[in-house]
Design a protein around this ligand. Structure first.
Ligand code: ASP
Ligand code: MG
Length: 409
């Protein structure tokens, strides 16, 4: 008998009608004899609304209380889905993250799962029940409720699938799967049948909406993940382990080595001028930023021949105010250092595991952009990704140009 872990996102559970439809979908699987564990997100915009309630009271809500507050969103959807299943005479039970045994570290708002005690889940499965688990939450060693960070239900689902050794983890969402580019920019983007974990990791952190840690877990535990629509009955995208050499070839053709174009908007750049090119300079800058939990992305250092150097790095626009305050402090402690910043940038990347042993992709990317007169502000690469920082207003055009240049149209 197949054991399937399914995850339903907030937009798939936004109303009573939507919840009843999901219950019907689950019934269909049950009737086929599958065992189902369901992980749910909060209904619609619930999490945003709960955050706003707290922010209306204070700018800086206590993180323990905020986590307990946010965890209620998933309790509402898990109980309602269970009520819907029971009303259809399907045996089902809802469990909170704590009841499901999801043990995390202490980090409120961004907790990591440390272990899962799945005994209760197994008990209920063995009683032939559908187990509906509130996503995005767990408990820590003080028996306090923690949350896993925005979008964390994906990670709950993959972690549970791995712990139960399920046959597959199915992530149901409001899109049909993973596309070769954001259809908002590239109307003829196509849905991918499959994508490798490593590729999806780059796509997930570069804009395609999935909690990156869920993909990391999938990779570690080799858990096949299906991303599919909760509404349209069309095949989704399978995220699986790449068999690099082989998967580059399908019968009679060579697989496209570029799998997709990832875009990420709302990027700001900070540049620090007048730094001495001596050991320890970078630490003086990046240590305070990391202590303040600011996640720094593309970093470029330029050294002049006068022993001076500039360092530029990017952050999310939403972190700009906080970053500027910290940068002022940092610069006041370093002689002659000052900083400038610009906003309105975006990241565009070509992604594909097939690029790792194939030259020429960077050149083709740079040339395609320059032919369209799009200036590249910064460049960064990994083995399977080439990223350029460009002006945000050029994002759509750049995405379309690269999509066609790399034969994804
Ligand atoms: N409800 C949470 C959020 O909106 C978690 C999730 O949807 O995965 O971020
Ligand atoms: Mg989500």
């Amino acid at each position: 008998m197949n054991l399937v872990v399914q995850k339903y996102g907030g937009s798939s559970l936004a109303s009573a009608e939507a919840i009843k439809n999901i219950a019907k979908k689950i019934k269909f699987k049950i009737d086929k004899g599958e065992k189902i564990v369901c992980v749910v997100s909060a209904m619609g915009e619930t999490t945003d609304n709960l955050i706003n309630l707290a922010l209306n009271i204070t700018d800086n809500p206590d993180s323990r209380e905020l986590d307990l507050l946010l965890s209620t969103g998933e309790l509402v959807s898990s109980t309602l889905l269970t009520i819907a299943l029971r009303s259809m005479d399907i045996k089902a039970i809802s469990l909170t993250g704590t009841q499901a045994g999801i043990f995390t570290n202490k980090s409120h708002g961004n907790a990591k799962i440390l272990s899962i005690d799945s005994s209760r889940i197994w008990d209920e499965l063995n009683r032939n029940k559908v187990v509906v688990i509130a996503g995005f939450q767990g408990f820590n060693d003080s028996m306090d409720i923690t949350t896993l960070g925005r979008g964390g239900s994906d990670t709950t689902a993959v972690a549970i699938a791995a712990e139960l050794n399920a046959d597959i983890c199915e992530i149901y969402t409001d899109v049909d799967g993973i596309f070769t580019a954001n259809p908002k920019y590239v109307p003829n983007a196509t849905k991918l049948d499959s994508v490798e974990y490593e590729e999806m990791l780059e796509l997930a952190s570069l804009g395609a909406k999935m909690h990156p840690r869920s993909i990391e877990l999938g990779l570690v535990y080799k858990m096949p993940i299906l991303v599919a629509s909760s509404v349209n009955d069309v095949p989704g995208t399978m995220i699986t382990q790449g068999d690099n050499k082989l998967s580059n070839k399908t019968v009679g053709e060579v697989r496209n080595r570029v799998r997709g174009i990832a875009t990420d908007e709302n990027i700001s750049r900070i540049t620090i001028h007048g730094l001495n090119n001596i050991p320890g300079t970078a630490t003086k800058i990046f240590e305070p930023l990391s202590l303040a939990d600011i996640s720094v992305d593309v970093i470029v250092q330029n050294s002049g021949n006068d022993g001076q150097t500039n360092i530029s790095f990017t952050i999310k626009d939403s972190e700009l105010t906080k970053t500027k305050t910290i940068m002022e402090k940092i610069c006041s402690h370093i002689d002659n250092a000052s900083f400038t910043y610009d906003t309105g940038l975006s990241k565009i990347s070509i992604v594909g595991t097939g690029m790792q042993d194939a030259p020429g992709y960077a050149t083709q990317m740079f040339k395609s952009l320059s032919d369209a007169n799009i200036n590249i502000e910064m460049i960064t690469t990994s083995e399977i990704r080439i990223t350029c920082i460009i002006k945000q207003e050029n994002t759509g055009e750049a995405a379309r140009i690269l999509h066609s240049s790399f034969d994804l149209d």
